[in-house]
Design a protein around this ligand. Structure first.
Ligand SMILES: Cc1cc2nc3c(=O)[nH]c(=O)nc-3n(C[C@H](O)[C@H](O)[C@H](O)COP(=O)(O)OP(=O)(O)OC[C@H]3O[C@@H](n4cnc5c(N)ncnc54)[C@H](O)[C@@H]3O)c2cc1C
Length: 502
């Protein structure tokens, strides 16, 4: 008997595409999922661009809702806290309520493909090495080309070689093919309401690996004390008590900011997942390429690293410098500003819809959340599939815009812009972190914690996060000096006691 199930084509087997394909298949659609690259199960993409991505509660909930249970394995590991070091000041641990999974994007994608295949959904069909080429939105027909693309090629999606061209008719087309989305660009040419601006950001990142374990840079907090005597141990011991002793602390090193002459940079360090010798890997994120450009030799790189990150173990400097010199700078993302997230029978999700830079650590998490929202709208629409794309824009665009705003102001709020901690947004953010933390504790959570915590720990909708940031800034700006004085005193006391956490 011929199936009357709606046919959905999902282009892009990244986090957004895989998850939405599974949700669609669970809802009874006949789903074809395409990716121009080979399957991550046969393709090792662990190259120098294998950056860290962290799964926040909103992303984890989205995955669980579709039956995924990702685990610390195959490149993913559990992180119990971020231990933040500012200049020479020892690490200040920000513990998570629950350990979070962290690892390279391809490790997430590999586990997702593995688990999606294990679900044995008969109506979910994977088509790797098959690139989207064109779409006729009016005829609801997409053209794809089978052909191999190297695992580690750039994400512009142009270069499948040879192979045969295949046409698919569809009821719903889901563009999940990343920031450069070819589907979205094809739709733009056919739908005047869909207008997209891709904002290139100046940020760059470099990944390095295989650093030998160093007692000066601990990642666990066994026994309740770390070798550098910092208080960055609570999270590790807490995690250990909770039975997640394998969880590690991600180290985040920040330069002193305003005083740094070479431009803003942040470094993340973590144990290399699965390394028996405790090797360490890391990622250097630069908000301005200029910071790196003048450096010609390994010695200059070393001097840059030592100046920016005085707490880095000295024995690591030559190795990090030579790896950074050898590998090219990678662009740390883009911002995709779309007038709407849909076209006729088309929905754009993930980076294809609202790509952001890594600054808020939410690109993948927002992409996963998109899949849940699409699923909820499908349920509400029943048989009326044609109404879903516009409903998706109505529901998701305000959050997408807020996320883009949060991304655009993240450097200022986090004190990693050229102004350092002296930027008004960074000062405001620091002040609201303190007063919200105090009020939240005092009122038993009635006053919401700082936007950063609410966004990640509580999965607060992005538009509410943005509204909170704006309200706090307005409040602090209006109260001005009378409020600044007690806040400064509180900040000094908190810093002195070294106790205040969010
Ligand atoms: C340095 C760095 C750090 C980051 N850290 C974080 C973090 O901590 N937390 C977080 O949430 N996010 C983070 N991100 C962002 C995150 O990686 C992305 O937001 C996420 O991968 C987006 O998922 P997606 O499925 O929308 O797109 P993608 O992951 O880009 O997947 C798109 C897929 O589409 C395929 N494709 C492209 N063109 C075609 C075509 N023509 N035909 C068929 N297939 C095609 C690609 O091969 C790819 O598999 C980081 C990003 C960077 C660069």
């Amino acid at each position: 008997m011929p199936s009357k199930a709606p046919v959905s084509l999902v282009v892009g087997a990244g986090p957004a595409g895989i998850l939405s394909a599974v949700y669609l298949a669970r809802r009874g659609h006949e789903v074809h999922l395409f990716d121009r690259r080979p399957s991550p199960l046969v393709c090792d993409a662990s190259d120098h661009r294998a950056f860290f991505v962290m799964l926040q509660p909103r992303g984890a909930a989205a995955l669980e809702g579709a039956g995924f249970a990702l685990r610390p394995d195959g490149g993913l590991q559990q992180v119990s806290a971020i231990a933040m070091t500012l200049g020479r000041r020892g690490p200040q641990a920000i513990p998570f309520k629950q350990p979070r999974l962290m690892g390279p994007r391809h490790a997430f994608v590999r586990q997702m493909v593995e688990q999606a295949e294990a679900m044995q959904l008969p109506n979910l069909h994977f088509h790797f090495e098959t690139a989207f080429e064109a779409v006729d939105l009016a005829a609801q027909t997409a053209t794809l080309r089978a052909g191999s693309t190297p695992c580690d090629s750039s994400s512009s999606g142009e270069e499948a070689d040879g192979g045969s061209s295949i046409s698919f008719s569809y009821d719903l087309l889901v563009a999940a093919d990343g920031g450069w989305s070819r589907v979205r660009r094809a739709a733009e040419a056919q739908t005047s309401e869909l207008q997209v601006t891709v904002e290139q950001v100046e940020g760059r990142y470099k990944v390095f690996r295989h650093l030998p374990a160093s007692p000066a840079m601990p990642f666990t907090a066994a026994g309740g004390s770390s070798s550098n005597g910092s208080n960055g141990t609570d999270a590790g011991s807490k995690a250990s008590k909770e039975g997640s002793s394998a969880a590690v602390q991600l180290q985040m090193l920040r330069p002193t900011g305003a005083g740094s002459s070479s431009g803003p940079a942040v470094m993340f360090l973590a144990p290399e997942a699965g390394s028996a010798s405790g090797a360490v890997c890391g990622m250097l994120a630069l908000t301005g390429e200029a910071a790196w450009e003048g450096l010609q030799t390994t010695e200059e790189c070393q001097a840059f690293l030592a100046r920016q990150f005085p707490s880095l173990p000295a024995e690591w400097l030559p190795e990090i410098a030579s790896q950074l010199e050898a590998a090219p700078l990678a662009v740390a993302g883009m911002r995709v500003h779309a007038s709407q997230l849909h076209g006729p029978s088309l929905v754009c999700i993930g980076d294809a819809a609202h790509g952001v830079t890594p600054r808020t650590g939410n690109g993948m998490n927002a992409a996963l959340e998109d899949a849940v929202i699409l699923d909820q709208l499908l349920e509400a629409a029943g048989e009326d599939l044609a109404s879903v794309p516009a409903a998706f824009t109505a529901k998701r665009l305000p959050d997408a815009r807020a996320l883009l705003w949060l991304d655009g102001t993240a450097a200022e709020r986090n004190g990693t812009s050229r102004w350092g901690r002296l930027h008004p947004l960074a000062l405001g953010s620091g002040a609201s972190m303190i007063y919200r933390s105090l009020l939240s504790k005092a009122t038993g959570g009635w006053v919401r914690p700082h936007a950063q915590i609410a966004m990640n720990d509580l999965a607060m909708p992005y538009r509410e996060v943005q509204a909170q940031v704006c309200r706090d800034n307005l409040l602090l700006g209006t109260l001005g000096l009378p409020a600044a004085a007690p806040i400064a005193v509180l900040a000094a006391v908190a810093a002195g006691a070294d106790r205040l956490r969010c």
